[in-house]
Ligand binder design. Structure first.
Ligand SMILES: [Zn+2]
Ligand SMILES: [Zn+2]
Length: 210
């Protein structure tokens, strides 16, 4: 299968997955030039090479083209919308396209999501192993807070995470991440949690499994 990257297409494009392996209708769904656009009401506008635009509604599994309306078939437009969502070229229903504020890549976020946005690769989840950019030490993410660095107060010192000297230069709007030192986990049953601005922590490919 061809690797498809999220695109900013404004012209109808053909996708090419190795069409020889597909049945005729799927082949057309992949290889014909179409432009898929998500509409405000969560339906999709599919414009074909000949300039026709059809409305595809995934929830109702319907398309306004004659093929679907008359024969009730799974037309190439319906298939194309499903293909483009799977390939992450268009937003799935209920979500919208956004730029990841960490890596700049395309991501799809819930409609009411407020920035900063994170793609799946840049988002931290509990158990992720990270490296502190300041000390090079490895930590394990305990949780990611909804609070920003300039909102979250460190109890021991009474300052916010953003005010803490070592966090100088990291964005005040960063989410706060609570993490424990990997070495502490071997020594204590309940290792102490420390609060960091998100960008001070670098992701690794490791996940702690307990
Ligand atoms: Zn159709
Ligand atoms: Zn990212």
């Amino acid at each position: 299968m061809t690797l498809i990257t999220p695109s900013d297409d404004t012209e109808p494009t053909a996708l090419a997955p190795g069409p020889e392996r597909l049945d005729a209708r799927s082949r057309r769904a992949w290889t014909e030039r179409m432009l898929v656009d998500r509409r405000e009401d969560d339906s999709y506008a599919v414009t074909t090479e000949s300039g026709h635009t059809y409305r595809v509604d995934l929830a109702e599994h319907s398309c306004s083209c004659p093929d679907h309306r008359i024969r009730g078939e799974q037309c190439k437009h319906l298939r194309r919308v499903a293909i483009e969502i799977t390939a992450r070229r268009v937003a799935p229903p209920g979500r919208e396209r956004a730029r990841c504020d960490v890596c700049g890549g395309v991501t799809f976020v819930p409609r009411d999501a407020v920035p900063p946005h994170r793609c799946r690769r840049c988002r931290l989840v509990p158990g992720d192993v990270v490296v502190d950019r300041e000390t090079g030490k490895r930590l394990v993410v305990a949780r990611v807070l909804d609070e920003r660095a300039d909102e979250h107060v460190i109890q021991a010192t009474g300052e916010t995470v953003a005010e803490y000297e070592r966090n100088d230069g990291y964005p005040a709007a960063d989410r706060v991440v609570e993490a424990t030192y990997l070495t502490d986990r071997h020594r204590r049953r309940r290792p102490r949690r420390y609060a960091f601005p998100r960008s001070r922590l670098d992701r690794t490919d490791e996940q702690l499994v307990e």
